[in-house]
Design a binder for this molecule. Structure first.
Ligand code: IPD
Ligand code: CA
Ligand code: CA
Length: 266
């Protein structure tokens, strides 16, 4: 598979940061048993990965703007291009030695997502997508799953936790989705969840609240794999309002409908 120059830049940055995260992940597994735990070590690993990505991308395309989880917004001379980066998505998993975490890098051109990379260093799985060029897992072209009924579908989600999200509203949504589907999964890395929907491993996904760096690359990935992504209202403001619903056309539509239902008695 031939990649464009810009996608190559993104892949190089993600793989380099991925090697750094993979080394640190090995150490985190050792630190689990220490009294202090691996907390500080993980924040350092996160910042180190972000630094690598920032350096690589700035060197390859000087002047592009950034939106990064740790560094925040960095205005470049070129306001037509913006990198949206999560250097470590799935921090809680990483901290606990669970090998489900990723690096997510997206490129926006004039406000439109044009390229995305999601990399899971622990499994060496590299997801790439370019607008109009399809989505890939390593060299394999991706297609969303074809299941048409919610009753056959496995749906991913993010469960709000201490200090995050509206727990009562979420429980109503979960209750409705669990009553209509073949199963619900909570993997702990929203970027990977979306990559898995693109790869047909999960039939759909919903979560809120999420940040732009959690979802930017994944949105393009799913669309390029033939899937549908919207916010909870069915609109295209996922980066602005932090809600997301995804699947193939039918599952996406059915999931949107189920999420709007009031609580059922079952
Ligand atoms: C988190 C992960 C998680 C999602 C959270 C995110 P982080 O990102 O994507 O799956 O449920 O809402 O904040 O903090 O690990 O980068
Ligand atoms: Ca994240
Ligand atoms: Ca993060």
């Amino acid at each position: 598979m031939a990649r464009s120059a810009i996608l190559n830049v993104m892949v190089q940055a993600a793989m380099k940061a991925g090697r750094s995260l993979a080394r640190d992940f090995g150490e985190v597994q050792n630190l689990q048993v220490s009294l202090k735990g691996p907390g500080d070590y993980v924040s350092q690993a996160d910042r180190k990965a972000e630094e690598i990505i920032y350096t690589e991308l700035s060197r390859a395309r000087p002047g592009y703007s950034f939106l990064m989880e740790e560094r925040g917004a960095v205005e470049g001379e070129d306001d037509q291009h913006r990198w949206i980066v999560d250097p470590l998505d799935g921090t809680t998993n990483f901290l606990h030695g669970l090998p489900i975490f990723s690096i997510s890098i997206a490129l926006e051109r004039q406000g439109q997502l044009v390229a995305g990379v999601i990399y899971n260093p622990a499994m060496d799985e590299l997801y790439t997508a370019e607008r109009g060029g399809g989505a890939f897992l390593n060299d394999r072209r991706l297609r969303v799953a074809a299941r048409s009924k919610l009753s056959d579908a496995v749906i991913g989600t993010g469960i709000p936790h201490l200090g995050r999200g509206h727990h009562g509203n979420y429980l109503v949504e979960l209750r409705n989705v669990m009553g209509e589907t073949a199963g619900v999964r909570r993997l702990g890395s929203a970027a990977l969840d979306l990559a898995y929907v693109a790869a047909g491993r999960m039939d759909g996904f919903w979560e809120e609240p999420l940040s732009p760096w959690d979802v930017a690359a994944g949105i393009l990935m799913i669309r390029e794999a033939g899937g549908f992504v919207s916010d909870k209202q069915g609109g295209n403001n996922m980066l602005e309002n932090g809600t997301i619903v995804a699947g193939n056309e039918l599952i996406h539509r059915a999931l949107l409908k189920t999420l709007k239902k009031p609580v059922t008695s079952r």
